[in-house]
Design a protein around this ligand. Structure first.
Ligand code: CO
Length: 673
């Protein structure tokens, strides 16, 4: 520990005037991207970042990560916000601190490889709108997927940070694939590509403290760029891991402001500032200034988000992640997906099958999008496979992976799985070995034609090019051609207070009296939807303001929520025995599932949604004839596309939805006769 000798500290010395460290640890704050992405499903709104932006700018962070990853998707899809506008707005408040973004290599901020023309324009426009540092990763660590974006990043004068996705096949660093040599080689590859810094991206919190020490030391010895550690807290190891990395000489670490820290997010900044105070790695940060920011976040911002926190567990640490290596986001996706399909009891089977599916799919690191690809396919296998047939429903993305469209996997994909996946695949049945984007046709001009004058500038065009269905929907809303749904408007602190008051009433059993004494009133357009958690159960509750007092008009357990349900009366609960604590009062039977009546009254064969999701497109229209097994409709679930085969041959009699519509499990999508 001699290298960490204490400098003599006086009374002082929380403030910035303390002696500067020899080699101060650099910090990137990632609260405004990965923090809320990890804890609050990326639902953070720009208006809730502004109150702390200037204060955060004063701290002295090496950079602030504010964009990229899932923000682009979530903002336009769920928040009704223009992702580009966030960047420009925050830039007005952060005058000194550099901005960093998470760029998924050739996947940009989406879930598939985009064509080179889209990738180039995206990077250029991102720099134009204020981005400084591109933290670039590829889910397969296949750096051929960097070849298009990196030269543009460099030409624009931005900082290229290359990532190595950290993954394991054994409990600790080592084994045949993901060992020290693997990571050193990857770092050298990045250095050769001109990386200004290299990030160890430990998305699942798998990096153990002593492995971090060994890894950082080795990278510092072998390559010149700054070494940056990004390690999620999920497993609970990360503060220890960071500390060993600091001792090994890591240059930069990622942290979050306390309210955005821990659980599946990252270690908090404040304990590091205090732990390193007066050492040769002292951050130099003003701990009181950090405390100020935390107070604003706690009081004025986070109450609006706490309903999104997964509070199904008391523990803030997920030990399971050490066993099945799933990043936090993927974990909650799996749970939600199973919940929506009434199959949460299958979660253990999913965990059990996950390593097998991962291995069959080339032992890929589990990070977006491969985590979703492997996760969703595992869910599909668990739900739809039969004893005599595996991989019964293969997602479009697994087919793409098998074709080589994501790049080269660390080990070859299982031959049988690959053959099955590529049978009838539209690009061909033989996989490619070249850089994936080489087989992609330019996409920009086609997108420009399709979206026409709805895209006012290149930024709009990119929204559409990256997300054709939801992006178009967003642009319609942005330009007033479609109404902004109530559900995506922000909630206020007042709303939160009302919700808390209602929850308190619910706990006391008072709400139920009210709602059974009168029949449920008509749901108005002003109904706001809240998630309410009562003793481990989760309810989606619509709240209408009537004469100032909140009145419950319907209560639906989440499993039945996928399509806006018809208001269902709250089921009266039996009176709680006086000796027992009050029972949750908002409990109800699942609302009757809204069934779409087939448009034809005849007896056709129905094509039903096997899972809740969104309709991407119909391959056949009314009047078309179709053979059994041919794709009739493609639906998106958990961000993966699933082609649904016709259950019988015949003529399409009815098509009940259109592109962009949400459907619930069991909804009749089409009828064949
Ligand atoms: Co992360």
């Amino acid at each position: 520990m001699s290298e960490h000798t204490q400098v003599k500290m006086t009374e002082m010395n929380y403030d910035k005037d303390r002696p500067k460290a020899e080699n101060p640890l650099l910090i990137e704050d990632i609260s405004l991207r990965d923090g809320h992405q990890s804890l609050f499903a990326t639902r953070g709104r720009t208006e809730d970042m502004i109150p702390v932006a200037e204060k955060m700018d004063d701290i002295g962070f090496w950079a602030a990560e504010v964009w990229g990853g899932a923000t682009f998707d979530t903002m336009h899809r769920f928040l009704g916000e223009d992702p580009w506008e966030r960047l420009r707005t925050l830039k007005r408040y952060f005058k000194k601190t550099k901005f960093s973004m998470l760029l998924r290599g050739q996947n940009l901020v989406g879930y598939r490889n985009y064509a080179d023309d889209v990738a180039k324009l995206f990077v250029k426009k991102t720099v134009d709108n204020g981005m400084d540092i591109f933290r670039t990763f590829d889910a397969l660590n296949d750096y051929r997927n960097f070849e298009t974006v990196v030269p543009v990043i460099k030409e624009c004068g931005a900082h290229f940070q290359g990532c190595i996705c950290y993954t394991l096949t054994e409990p600790r660093l080592g084994g045949e694939i993901y060992n020290l040599d693997y990571y050193i080689q990857k770092a050298k590859d990045l250095e050769d590509m001109g990386a200004d810094s290299i990030c160890i991206k430990d998305m699942a919190g798998l990096l153990a403290p002593y492995d971090a020490y060994e890894l950082v030391k080795a990278l510092k010895e072998n390559v010149k760029p700054l070494i940056h550690l990004h390690s999620h807290f999920t497993s609970g190891m990360s503060p220890m891991t960071h500390f060993k990395a600091i001792e090994a000489g890591v240059d930069i670490i990622d942290t979050c402001m306390t309210p955005y820290a821990y659980r599946t997010s990252h270690a908090a900044i404040e304990p590091f500032v205090m732990s390193l105070l007066g050492t040769n790695r002292d951050t130099g940060f003003d701990i009181r200034a950090l405390a100020d920011i935390n107070e604003i976040l706690e009081k004025d911002v986070l109450p609006k988000y706490k309903h999104l926190l997964d509070d199904s567990k008391v523990s803030g640490i997920d030990i399971n992640v050490l066993l099945h290596q799933t990043p936090g986001g993927m974990l909650s996706n799996l749970v939600n997906q199973l919940k929506e399909m009434d199959a949460l009891d299958k979660i253990d089977e999913v965990y059990k099958q996950l390593p097998k599916v991962r291995k069959e799919l080339g032992q890929v690191p589990l990070v977006t999008p491969t985590s979703q690809i492997v996760g969703t396919q595992t869910v599909n296998n668990v739900l739809f496979d039969t004893p005599d047939e595996r991989y019964k429903m293969i997602t479009a993305q697994v087919k793409d992976l098998c074709y080589g469209l994501y790049g080269k996997t660390s080990v070859p994909i299982d031959e049988e799985v690959r053959k099955k996946a590529l049978k009838g695949y539209d690009r061909g049945e033989d996989p490619i070995t070249c850089r994936p984007a080489e087989v992609l046709e330019p996409e920009l001009e086609k997108a420009r034609k399709e979206i026409g004058s709805l895209a006012v500038d290149d930024e709009d065009l990119i929204v559409y090019a990256l997300f054709p269905v939801t992006g178009k929907k967003y642009l319609m809303q942005k330009y007033g051609k479609e109404e902004v749904p109530e559900s995506i408007k922000p909630i206020t602190l007042e709303d939160v207070e009302k919700q808390d008051a209602m929850l308190a009433k619910a706990r006391k059993g008072e709400l139920i009296e009210k709602s059974c004494s009168e029949s449920a009133p008509e749901k108005s357009d002003n109904t706001r939807t809240f998630n309410v958690f009562v003793e481990g159960e989760y309810f989606e509750v619509g709240v209408d303001e009537v004469g100032g007092a909140p009145v419950i008009t319907y209560a639906t357990p989440q499993a039945a929520q996928a399509v806006a349900p018809a208001p269902a009366p709250v089921t009266p609960a039996p009176a709680a025995p006086t000796s027992a604590p009050a029972k949750p009062a908002v409990k109800s039977e699942p609302a009757p599932k809204p069934k779409e009546e087939p448009a034809s009254s005849g007896t056709g064969t129905s094509v039903t949604a096997p899972m809740p999701g969104m309709v991407i497109k119909y391959e056949k229209n009314v009047g078309d004839s179709i053979n059994e097994g041919e794709t009739i409709v493609v639906i998106e679930a958990m961000k993966m596309e699933n082609a649904l085969p016709a259950p019988a041959s015949g003529v399409v009699k009815a098509v009940n939805y259109k592109s962009g519509d949400s459907v619930a499990k069991g909804d009749v999508l089409a009828v064949i006769e």
